[in-house]
Design a binder for this molecule. Structure first.
Ligand code: ADP
Ligand code: MG
Length: 551
């Protein structure tokens, strides 16, 4: 099935899918969703690698099956770790965001059990839980699984690897016999096989291979920038992945040292590794990296040879090597031990041929991605911070003696204010840095969401430096004018009294029509196609829209 629209999903779910910008179902979703939507879908085993979209594959159809007039727990999702539990609960919440009566509870260890009990008491139809904490709550009789109709074992292989077999069996014994069990796993080791043989009734088996991940678990991304923007692009990539643990590959010792120096200056946990360092220095850096006291190692190919670390999250090619085989070698350092890894290329226009050569060598396609915007990065950092806060354990004994004073000092603030202040401590740095962050993408390479090259139309706008307009503000203005269609913008050329900008030609008319009765501060906005200036548009003053400078 090639589109979500054909799947008989509820309009509320389709709306949420639109918000999430899922364009079409991933293969596992195309296979699983229609099946799970059937009345008697039965038990199921789905084998698919990490990152193939399993959460939505079960989340969407099972949400649809929730009886929202009933507050009883109907869907239980078990996950191996609290991070995954939070992530899945968060994903399910986003899918169900328009289903007003659906409530999702995340139940995991390391957080207040009282609060979780309160949430359960208020009636959640979906429980997303780690086995340990759920069992704890079951034993305290704080939750009731007797009304479950679907049980999802997400990442079943991981759950068993972590030794949750007994907990799983204890939990399953509390659920009714006539439920469906849906087992999702990346691999099918013996213990998963045994569980499925013992508990699943004639399961339907679905195995999905995903072309861009493949057996090695590596995804390849490429960002196209101008040579002068390489470092800025690197910074954005690193900021977008708050938990990055990876190697940045450079071509020369000099470049390695420079990039590392820049990163250190910008307060990243990074150090260089290259042949100009003494043996002792190299050993020291490698040790720090192995112990994860460094999150980024900036290295030449030769110097990185002696390093054996197998849980890297990212490989970044700051500069591509001359030979495609070396790229394969570099990227092979991530995605090990069944984990997902991302190999990133920061590339300039003239690398185009090299990239095709690499694609042939790795036998996969490299996805051309757009450099993250400041907003995307801020959002990502913020949520990562909040997730970390949620899972942070509280050391009651150590913290208690200070609480009196802390409460006194905070007494004057509302709860909202306290939260905002705590978030700002960490977050202001990013907001400040990315406030006016320009678009670093090279426009020849800008692609639309389907991966095709964008065709641009060139526009004239009657605002320029005299109106104090900057490229990010111009992009923001177009976005506001067109009511958030997020149109791809290409080159921007700001002059004194006016400017030119390129925008996806598909939206030509949206842009031209958007300026009716629109004002920027006191100026009536004029936008025209730059090669066909037309004059004498009808002026109407009925529903004037005024846009203001954002600062
Ligand atoms: P898995 O559980 O298989 O490891 P996830 O369900 O976590 O994978 O999905 C991996 C990523 O893919 C998530 O970031 C998710 O938001 C995204 N994703 C899921 N379905 C789609 C889709 N149809 N189109 C685009 N992105 C998707
Ligand atoms: Mg998953």
């Amino acid at each position: 099935m090639n589109s979500f629209d054909e799947m008989n999903l509820l309009p509320d779910l389709l709306k949420a899918i639109k918000d999430l910008e899922f364009e079409k179902p991933m293969p596992v979703q195309a296979a699983v969703i229609p099946h799970l939507l059937k009345d008697d879908s039965g038990d199921m085993i789905v084998l698919a690698q990490t990152g193939t979209g399993k959460t939505a594959a079960y989340g969407l159809p099972l949400l649809q099956k929730i009886n929202t007039n009933n507050r009883k727990t109907q869907l239980l999702i078990l996950c191996p770790t609290r991070e995954l539990c939070i992530q899945v609960a968060d994903d399910i919440t986003s899918y169900g965001i328009y289903m007003k009566k659906v409530k999702v509870a995340a139940i995991f260890g390391g957080a207040s059990i009282e609060r979780q009990i309160k949430i359960l008491q208020s009636g959640a139809q979906v429980i997303c839980a780690t086995p340990g904490r759920l069992l704890d709550l079951l034993r305290r009789k704080e939750t009731d699984l007797s009304t479950i109709t679907n049980l999802v074992l997400d990442e079943a292989d991981e759950m068993l690897k972590m030794g949750f077999r007994e907990e799983l069996e204890a939990i399953m014994s509390e659920t009714p016999l006539e439920k469906n069990i849906l087992l999702f796993s990346a691999t099918m080791p013996d213990d998963v096989w045994q569980i499925s043989k013992r508990y699943l009734k004639k399961p339907l088996e679905i195995t999905i291979g995903e072309k861009n991940i493949g057996a090695d678990g590596i995804i390849h991304h490429c960002y196209m920038v101008q040579a002068k923007d390489r470092y800025l692009a690197l910074k954005r990539i690193v900021d977008y992945y708050p938990d990055i643990y990876g190697i940045v590959f450079c071509r020369t010792k000099k470049e390695t040292q420079e990039v590392a120096d820049h990163l250190m200056r910008d307060e990243y946990d990074a150090e260089p590794l290259h042949g100009d360092l003494s043996q002792a220095q190299r050993e020291h850096v490698m040790q720090k990296f192995r112990n994860k006291h460094l999150s980024l190692l900036v290295a030449t190919d030769v110097a990185a040879r002696g390093l054996d670390v197998d849980d890297l999250t990212h490989i970044i090619n700051y500069n591509l090597p001359d030979e495609a085989e070396i790229y394969t070698h570099r990227s092979g350092r991530t995605g090990r031990a069944g984990k997902k890894g991302i190999s990133i290329i920061i590339s300039i226009f003239k690398d185009k041929k090299k990239i095709s050569e690499i694609e042939r060598n790795i036998k996969k396609s490299i996805e051309i991605k757009k450099i993250f915007t400041g907003r995307e990065i801020c959002e990502r950092q913020l949520f990562s911070m909040i997730d970390k806060m949620i899972t942070t354990e509280i050391n009651e004994k150590e913290i208690n003696p200070f609480l009196d004073i802390i409460y006194k000092k905070l007494e004057w603030f509302e709860r909202d204010e306290v939260i905002k202040k705590f978030v700002s401590i960490q977050f202001n740095r990013f907001l400040e840095y990315y406030k006016n962050a320009p678009d670093l993408n090279v426009s020849e390479y800008n692609r639309d969401k389907k991966g095709g090259a964008v065709k641009y139309s060139r526009f004239f706008i009657n605002l320029g430096t005299i109106d104090k307009i900057t490229p990010p503000e111009l992009i923001g203005l177009i976005n506001d004018l067109t009511e958030k269609k997020h149109i791809t913008i290409g080159k921007i050329d700001i002059k004194r009294n006016f400017s030119f900008f390129e925008a996806d030609h598909k939206y030509r008319d949206d842009i031209l029509n958007s300026i009716e009765d629109a004002y920027f501060e006191d100026r009536k906005i004029v936008i025209e196609l730059s090669n066909e200036r037309q004059h004498g548009k009808v002026e109407k003053d009925s529903k004037r829209r005024t846009f203001h400078r954002k600062r």
